[in-house]
Design a protein around this ligand. Structure first.
Ligand code: GLN
Length: 250
């Protein structure tokens, strides 16, 4: 048994689970295990109290509009606690529907607004048609550290998201946050919001390790992560870039 433990809460897997977001957890678990870190995953289901102090890392996946509305209501009482955890650098990976829920609201084509948690100043509005397809972005620098690497995956969302935070990256091919400003996702402290499914982490091992490092740091266990043999992962990554005719940056 490892004495290095990271406790991940997978929020509402029975609702937010579109496009194999579970695959992200499998990748995190494996990459942690290879570094003798025990990643303990707790599915937090609807109606269960979210004991935020029991976790070092949160994951919110994608969901349908209906499911998002349920989750938004369920999480509303935790807003202040979640805000504090974000300020204290708790890592949170929020994908698509989960990403939209971080903001003020997600407006549907009907004009109805699904309230978000307002953890960041961000709104999601309707647009014509859905933004679907493979996507590649250039991971933009954060805190002066340039990643100079691409992130690849698949997106499928109706909502168009607007904010003034540091995006996760610049769109090399695909739609991103809103199909207009060529930006994708959001990074604030250790919070990472993105439209990239795929699932995201199997083809982007550098993103998985960045999240593990955030979780180790949050738990006070920061350590270098020894490199793994990621040949297959990078081949999968490169094949998306090739399909999209994007020159490799990885
Ligand atoms: N329901 C949201 C939208 O269509 C998010 C969908 C998703 O998570 N893939 O914009």
């Amino acid at each position: 048994m490892s004495d290095r433990v990271i406790r991940l809460a997978h929020l509402f897997p029975e609702l937010l689970n579109l496009y194999a977001d579970q695959g992200n957890i499998a990748v995190l678990k494996h990459r942690a295990m290879m570094r003798e870190i025990d990643l303990q995953v707790t599915p937090v289901k609807l109606g269960t109290k979210l004991m935020l102090e029991s976790y070092d890392f949160l994951l919110l996946g994608g969901g349908s509009d209906r499911e998002q509305a349920i989750v938004g209501k369920e999480l509303a009482p935790y807003r202040a606690e979640l805000q504090q955890a974000i300020e204290e650098n708790m890592p949170i990976l929020a994908i698509c529907g989960g990403y939209q829920l971080l903001g003020q609201y997600y407006e549907l084509t009907s004009g109805e607004r699904i309230p978000g948690m307002h953890l960041v100043d961000m709104v999601t509005k309707p647009g014509k048609g859905r933004l679907i397809g493979n996507i590649a972005i250039e991971w933009m620098e954060q805190n002066g550290v340039s990643k100079e690497q691409s992130i690849v995956g698949f997106e499928n969302h109706g909502g168009r998201t607007y904010h003034d935070y540091q995006p996760l990256g610049k769109v090399l091919s695909g739609h991103g946050n809103n199909g207009q400003d060529h930006l994708e996702g959001l990074q604030y402290k250790a919070l990472l919001g993105t439209y990239i499914h795929g699932p995201l982490l199997p083809k982007n091992p550098h993103v998985a390790d960045a999240l593990l490092l955030h979780a180790l740091t949050y738990r006070g266990l920061y350590d270098e992560l020894n490199p793994l043999d990621d040949q297959l992962e990078w081949e999968a990554h490169e094949s998306v870039l090739t399909d999209l005719r994007v020159t490799s940056m990885a």
